[in-house]
Design a protein around this ligand. Structure first.
Ligand SMILES: *Cc1c(COP(=O)(O)O)cnc(C)c1O
Length: 235
């Protein structure tokens, strides 16, 4: 299917599902996951009005960012982060969704140029408690969040999850609902440490991939991360 058509269908889906839950469709951003997709496919998405893209592999992402070289594009990093890649991420990305330990946050904070706006970051939570999955445990979340909010070159913007894959709509909603509650609890626990303007920015739930978008919207997703749904299968 054409990328333009799948984006149109996705925008329609967001309209329908957000209306069902009395949400504003404009509060839900499409983060198009372009990992392992060609420059040509990304260009097609851009022609169809999509400007926000997410990548998981640093080298691959840099090649695309440099090749496309368009300031209106916004790049999000969503993959596992190795220490030796943080400098490149700090330099070239606008958002990072996959922070799950202090050391990585510290390095990004040190390496983000002060001439750039603060790097927007989300903490990845291992919401289904899977041994194989990246993400911090819910128990360790408050401490990491507290450490990050004191870093001047990072801006804590919310949480990201990648729950255990299931086609069961109820189970999908359960994981996303847990994430929503976790963010609420976190905001309450940080309330005395955040000034009002910062607290207002800590409001993002990055959740929902190609197979569970309606459940994510039902539970408050503000950023959805479909890849194959937009671009088709990856190389
Ligand atoms: C690959 C990936 C996606 C996109 O998954 P699809 O099934 O292609 O929609 C979303 N989020 C993360 C963290 C990913 O690694």
């Amino acid at each position: 299917m054409h990328i333009k058509q799948s984006l149109q269908q996705l925008r329609q889906l967001i309209e329908t599902e957000s209306a069902r839950y009395n949400r504003n469709a404009t509060d839900i951003k499409i983060i198009a996951v372009s990992k392992k997709q060609s420059i040509k496919s990304i260009e097609q998405a851009i022609s169809a009005g999509q400007y926000i893209f997410a990548e998981s592999y640093v080298q691959e992402a840099l090649a695309k960012i440099q090749n496309l070289n368009r300031p209106e594009l916004q790049w999000h990093f969503i993959g596992p982060i190795q220490s030796n890649k943080t400098a490149k991420i700090a330099q070239h990305f606008d958002w990072v969704h996959s922070i799950d330990r202090l050391k990585i946050a510290q390095r990004l904070n040190e390496q983000r140029a002060t001439s750039l706006p603060a790097l927007n970051v989300l903490i990845q939570v291992n919401i289904s408690n899977e041994a194989s999955k990246a993400g911090i445990s819910p128990e360790q979340l408050p401490q990491l969040a507290q450490d990050i909010i004191s870093m001047s070159n990072l801006r804590l913007r919310g949480l990201m999850v990648m729950p255990r894959q299931t086609t069961d709509y109820k189970l999908q909603r359960q994981s996303f609902a847990q994430t929503r509650l976790l963010l609420n609890e976190l905001k309450q626990s940080l309330a005395t440490k955040l000034d009002f303007s910062l607290a207002g920015l800590l409001d993002n739930l990055s959740m929902g991939t190609s197979n569970d978008i309606p459940a994510a919207i039902a539970e408050g997703a503000t950023m959805i991360r479909p890849g194959t749904l937009i671009f088709g299968s990856r190389d």
